[in-house]
Design a protein around this ligand. Structure first.
Ligand SMILES: [Zn+2]
Length: 64
């Protein structure tokens, strides 16, 4: 994971909890969760990736 700082106090003394993932219809969410050890606030960061795969492509491009 990239270095990140607390959005509340700017501290970098963070405890990262386990990530968890959510599979949506067309997206794949990875949720990162931190707790700041300086001010005890917790915060999340969500990464959203497209879940599309090439084999799922719809072959509709042959209309003339
Ligand atoms: Zn903090």
């Amino acid at each position: 994971m990239e270095p990140i700082m607390c959005p509340f106090c700017g501290g970098t003394n963070l405890f990262q909890e386990d990530d968890y993932s959510l599979q949506m219809d067309f997206e794949y969410w990875t949720v990162h969760h931190w707790e700041c050890l300086d001010c005890t606030q917790s915060f999340d960061k969500i990464e959203i990736l497209p879940a599309s795969n090439t084999f799922e492509e719809i072959n509709e491009s042959t209309i003339h």
